[in-house]
Write a protein that binds this ligand. Structure first.
Ligand SMILES: Cc1cc2nc3c(=O)[nH]c(=O)nc-3n(C[C@H](O)[C@H](O)[C@H](O)COP(=O)(O)OP(=O)(O)OC[C@H]3O[C@@H](n4cnc5c(N)ncnc54)[C@H](O)[C@@H]3O)c2cc1C
Length: 441
């Protein structure tokens, strides 16, 4: 159940309404833009003749501060195309107003993002790994140890900590322990995701939930390592193993299909997606598919028999697989795996195929959290100042790959991440500054 988080600053109070306070200001600070969107309501593109000077902008921010404004959102054009955009951000923050920005982000480079964070006086440390947590006897996190690529270490104090270091897809021992059916799968997420959140949580007595849940994908071109859109299957294609035989109801979903493909006869834990030019035309809208074609991963043949030869699978078996599908299409009954083909177009020459394997995209199990992203211990009690979001926290997919729905990964990264950030910030206002050294985990 979701609990109410800290109220966003821009929410109107009765007093705001009474005083007509301009609580949230959306400010188009320039019409200069590096995009040419047809739908642009501002008709942005070029700088206006008489845009405000830096001094006028600073003065305006101060006036809004006096009027009680609590949040200013910079838009454009593209706010970052103004030379003084960082000064404006800094002025807004220095006046105690929350500064946010909307952007098409075409040229919002890492450097610009870092400068914007600096302007809001948000310290950022990159290229460092958190190697230990400092925790006191009351399970309060007092700080973290970071290790830089050259091996140097620093200790940083904290009053609250949000773990956003994803799950354990990059830790083969943890994958084998919690998701044994995926122990041979390639991991497609960031290799630095080695399960630190669940390991630290375990030491702190945190509850772990749904550790066997994950997002898999049963259609990654092998050996190219390129995602082949599941549209290839759902638009009427199918999968066969190296014997040319169907082995599953592919329509159940790409996530659970990863383990099914990996369970196919050795060598290789591979399968073939079989489709045709009509389906390829649909899949070409995805850059991955186009790249797979450029790299020669997509195999084409004028007849099914010739395709079987090119795949090195027995031609009669492949022909039989397609015949069974045609039968199911014709009768409207489900095939022997339960998949329905009624209403779908028959595959037509030239036929296409791609050799695929199953891959692990990310783990969905993790630290149990409450509605404000606070990490819970085994008894369901929140740890004093530890929060988790993204893949570090248990997701909403349940304990198996079949519970994963597209979007569940980014849901916990973005929505729970925002909730965690807000709740951690709100907790700082309630707690006294941390002091003293803890024990390193
Ligand atoms: C190929 C692919 C396709 C996907 N498609 C979708 C999709 O269509 N929809 C969807 O919702 N989700 C999708 N996902 C999943 C989604 O990307 C993840 O769920 C999401 O990125 C998780 O966000 P996160 O911030 O928790 O972790 P990440 O984005 O993985 O970031 C975690 C970061 O933490 C760093 N880190 C780890 N440990 C430490 C440490 N000790 N110290 C410092 N840094 C550390 C890592 O290096 C990494 O940079 C996909 C994933 C993959 C791999």
């Amino acid at each position: 159940m979701l609990e109410k988080t800290a109220t966003p600053k821009r929410y109107l109070t009765a007093e705001d309404s009474e005083k007509l306070t301009p609580v949230h200001v959306v400010w188009e600070i320039t019409l200069a833009c590096d995009l040419k969107c047809q739908h642009c309501g501002s008709r942005a593109g070029h700088v206006r003749n008489r845009e405000l000077s830096t001094e006028e902008c600073v003065d305006l921010v101060r006036q809004f501060a006096q009027l009680g404004t609590r949040e200013m959102t910079l838009i454009g054009g593209e706010a970052y195309l103004r030379k003084d955009w960082l000064k404006i951000i800094n002025e807004i923050s220095s006046n105690g107003i929350l500064c946010t920005m909307q952007s098409g982000a075409l040229n919002l480079t890492d450097e610009r993002l870092r400068q914007a964070a600096d302007a809001r006086e948000i310290p950022l440390i990159v290229n460092a790994t958190v190697s230990a947590l400092f925790v006191d006897a009351g399970r309060v996190i007092r700080g973290v140890e970071i290790t830089r690529p050259d091996g140097t270490r620093d200790a940083l104090g904290c009053q609250a900590l949000t773990l956003a270091c994803n799950g354990y897809g990059g830790a083969p021992d943890l994958v084998a322990k919690y998701i044994p059916e995926m122990r041979h799968a390639s991991y497609f997420g960031h290799p630095g995701n080695c399960g630190d959140a669940v390991l630290w949580g375990g030491e702190l007595g945190a509850k772990l939930d749904h550790m066997s849940g994950y997002q898999g994908h049963g259609s990654v071109a092998h050996p190219h390592g390129i995602l082949i859109s599941w549209a290839v299957v759902m638009e009427g294609g199918f999968q066969v193993n190296q014997n040319g035989e169907r082995f599953s109801d592919e329509s159940l979903g790409y996530s659970e299909q990863a383990a099914v493909v990996l369970a196919q006869p050795q060598p290789g834990c591979i399968a073939f997606d079989i489709f045709d030019e009509r389906i390829a035309a649909i899949a070409r809208q995805f850059a991955d598919f186009r790249q797979a074609e450029e790299l020669g991963a997509i195999i084409e043949a004028p007849t099914l028999a010739f395709l079987a030869e090119r795949l090195n699978v027995p031609p009669p078996a492949l022909a039989q697989s397609l015949a069974e599908i045609e039968e199911a299409r014709h009768t409207g009954c489900p095939d022997r795996f339960g998949r329905r083909f009624a209403g779908e177009a028959s595959l037509a020459p030239p036929f296409k195929a791609v050799k695929v394997t199953g891959a692990l995209f990310h783990t969905q199990g993790g630290l149990a959290v409450d509605g404000t992203a606070r990490v819970l211990d085994a008894s369901g009690k929140p740890l004093p100042n530890l929060f988790a979001a993204g893949g570090a926290a248990a997701g909403v997919s349940g304990p198996s790959a079949s519970g994963y729905l597209s979007g569940n990964g980014l849901l916990t990264a973005t929505v729970l991440g925002r909730i965690a950030g807000q709740a951690a910030a709100a907790s700082l206002q309630r707690t006294a500054p941390a002091s003293g050294q803890g024990i390193a985990l």
